[in-house]
Design a protein around this ligand. Sequence first.
Ligand code: DC
Length: 227
Amino acid sequence: MGGPRKVTVAIDGPAGSGKSTVSKEVARRLGYAYVDTGAMYRSVALLGMRAGLAPTDREGFIARAAAARMEFRVIGAGQRFFVNGEDLTDAVRDPEVGALSSPVSAILEVRKHLTAAQQRMAAGGGVVMEGRDIGTVVCPHAEVKVFVTATPPERARRRYLEVKAKGEDVTQEQVLAEISERDQRDSSREVAPLRRAEDAVELITDGLSIDEVVARITEMVREAEAR
Ligand code: DC
């Protein structure tokens, strides 16, 4: 007898919603693979930056997206992100890379290459995939779809605490302005904009602990596995 069947879990939401922390923990509890699609977009930006591409060089970014071999490898208790055999887990977190990844992720052909790679990674189920268009475009047939969000002031507050803890000098107003700008760009772009899939469950995380959000999603997955 096999165990319960493994399903696909699509988690989308804006920056600062807490979806990364939550997705990672849900995957850990379920023994599922975790795919951070934001890291994949960030890596295309990073490869372009290293090659000295101008931010407007669409063809340059498309060529890098087409040639990149991306893999998430489980190492010990954690997971690392490799591109063309190089561990870029930490390098893609650079704020400059993050800023460039937003326009890079708006290039249609870049999205086509990464969407195809993500669909291959999700093919067997047993995966928690996190991003902006997972429930709408990448895995429209995912058994569990969640749209994790929080009000902009709450996301700004969390982000501010995070940045402050790293010793950077910013104000909460600056963080709120940055978040609003990124939301605007990610939701208004023509290709695969950030939006909730009609059949996704929306979780507004203001006032909820990480543990509460994780518990709710894990329960949804258990129910889907038993169906
Ligand atoms: O979640 P993140 O900050 O690591 O994402 C980096 C950028 O990539 C962000 O501007 C949104 C974009 N992105 C996307 O367009 N589609 C995804 N599935 C994931 C990220």
